[in-house]
Design a binder for this molecule. Structure first.
Ligand code: NDP
Ligand code: ENO
Length: 458
């Protein structure tokens, strides 16, 4: 390719050839969006055994047998495969990469990807990696897209920027190492919390929002996101938890924080609990802070996204009668960040995934309100309505932490799929309602950011 900018309105012969290896959720989303943008030379493949099944009639997209056919022809190649397999896949196809091509990967954890690229890509191939910080069903417009100029000229970085520009994402430039620290800070504990919620509710054999528990306001966010995560691919969460060393430490601390807080609850040590949680609150959400407040919509708007509710009047009656919650999952998250001196609020502007944006919004809404925080602490000490769920939650958080520390993909897969199976019948509603909730929250945040108000107090 010449050094000039490339653009999808150019004649096909002047366009770069774009290669995608791995045609699952993210590879498929990239293929469709690149085609919609007008790119006309897109070569894609999945596993050779799926060649026939992968054939699609998307303008500009040609499905080929395997990664060799992609690698030898494409000017920019994105590997969108499981992090667990990136080494094996790059070992297989990397040496076939066209001289002078640029290679990147979509993996959520970059250490194994970097190692594989450095090991197997010929030295005349450049590396500009990427990572769309959102799931495949979220529009990339306005979302962060990490670009990593690792072993590459500015010209190659520009080629990748030009190719991905039609997504309308916001480029965030990072080094490989920084990527893994930032994504651990934003995703590790966030996912551990939702996975543990699912495991705990599954252990109780209940869909609590259908019985008047965990409904309305921030409870609605918990349920919707838990279901959203279990509806996604297990290996996405396994990869970023098991293969990112910073993530492991944080998931372990999360489980520790859950246990210690729960012990204070059982012992009725209200002063100690209060002192610990307020200290954590002050560290993670400092007074005055950056003048910004949570991304979260008002509780009444969130109420609209309650799952399983028959009518608005019925659901508001349920919400009013719902017992107060200790919010162990949220408070343990804030406590674990404070214990590890992590300030994830700082990543909000640059590198927040939609789920992290909402979840830290929930935590901030709880922590910045003395009244809400005191109510959660009172409930933790005196109200036993949620105690058995909290116990299950502590056990679940410990289980996930052990699973990650053992580094077992097999165990992770079994735990994940076992619980996903239990919630399967609720995924459709959660995808529709949760999708609307995410869109409403993100649109609201974007609007306010545009208006220069930044994030809210309402
Ligand atoms: N889903 C998400 O929310 C996000 C995921 N990511 C990252 O993107 C990557 C892909 O994730 P996602 O698309 O969700 O996962 P999928 O499982 O949907 O897609 C991965 C695809 O790659 C295929 N594959 C595996 N080995 C090969 C091979 N040798 N040649 C060609 N294809 C192969 C897989 O086949 P098989 O199933 O048979 O193994 C599968 O079809 C992961 O690293 C993930 O961490 C990043 C951002 C968001
Ligand atoms: O927003 C989240 O945390 C998600 O669960 C979706 C997701 C998963 C993996 C990524 O690498 C990026 C985004």
């Amino acid at each position: 390719m010449s050094g000039a900018h490339v653009c999808p309105t150019a004649p096909p012969e002047e366009q770069p050839c774009i290669g995608l290896i791995g045609m699952g959720e993210m590879g498929g989303m990239y293929a469709r969006r690149l085609s919609e943008a007008g790119w006309k030379r897109i070569l894609v493949c999945d596993r050779p055994a799926r060649f026939e099944a992968s054939v699609m009639s998307v303008p500009g997209v040609t499905v080929v047998q395997d990664g060799h056919y992609v690698s030898r022809a494409a000017d920019f190649i994105v590997y969108s495969v499981e992090a667990e397999f990136i080494d094996a896949v790059v070992a297989q196809y990397g040496p076939s990469t066209k001289v002078g091509a640029v290679v990147g990967g979509q993996t959520s954890v970059k250490a194994p990807e970097q190692k594989a690229f450095e090991k197997y890509l010929p030295s005349d191939v450049e590396i500009v990696s990427c990572h769309s910080l959102h799931g495949p069903s979220v529009s990339p417009e306005g979302q962060p897209l990490v670009l990593i100029q690792h072993r590459a000229s500015d010209r190659s970085l520009r080629l990748v920027e030009d190719i991905l520009r039609p997504f309308g994402s916001r480029y965030v430039y990072m080094a490989y190492e920084e990527h893994d620290v930032v994504t651990a800070n934003t995703q590790a504990v966030t996912h551990a919390a939702f996975l543990s919620m699912g495991t705990a509710w599954h252990a109780s054999l209940s869909y609590p929002w259908e019985q008047g528990l965990y409904v309305g306001g921030i409870e609605t966010v918990k349920v919707n996101i838990m279901l959203r995560i279990y509806a996604n691919k297990w290996h996405v969460y396994a990869g970023l938890a098991i293969l990112n060393p910073s993530a492991r430490i944080q998931i372990d601390q999360y489980s520790q924080s859950c246990t210690e807080i729960f012990k204070l609850m059982l012992e009725g040590k209200k002063d100690a609990l209060k002192e610990r949680l307020f200290r954590a609150r002050d560290k993670v959400f400092p007074a005055g802070g950056n003048g910004k407040c949570p991304i979260l919509l008002s509780e009444s708007i969130l109420d609209q996204f309650t799952l399983g509710s028959k009518s608005t009047s019925q659901s508001s009656a349920i919400i009013k009668s719902a017992p107060p919650n200790s919010h162990l999952s949220i408070l343990a998250m804030v406590d674990s960040w404070a214990s590890l001196n992590i300030l994830p609020l700082g990543h909000l502007a640059l590198a927040a995934t939609p789920i992290f944006r909402m979840w830290i919004g929930v935590a901030e809404a709880l922590c910045r309100s003395e009244e809400k925080l005191n109510r959660a602490i009172d409930a933790a000490i005196s109200d036993t309505a949620h105690r058995s769920d909290d116990l299950e939650f502590v056990v679940a958080a410990r289980g996930w932490s052990q699973c990650v520390s053992f580094g077992s993909f097999k165990l992770y897969e079994e735990r994940f799929k076992h619980t996903a199976e239990f919630f399967k019948g609720r995924f459709l509603e959660a995808t529709v309602v949760g999708g609307k909730m995410i869109k409403t929250i993100l649109d609201d945040a974007a609007l306010r950011e545009k208006e220069g108000q930044s994030i809210i107090t309402r």
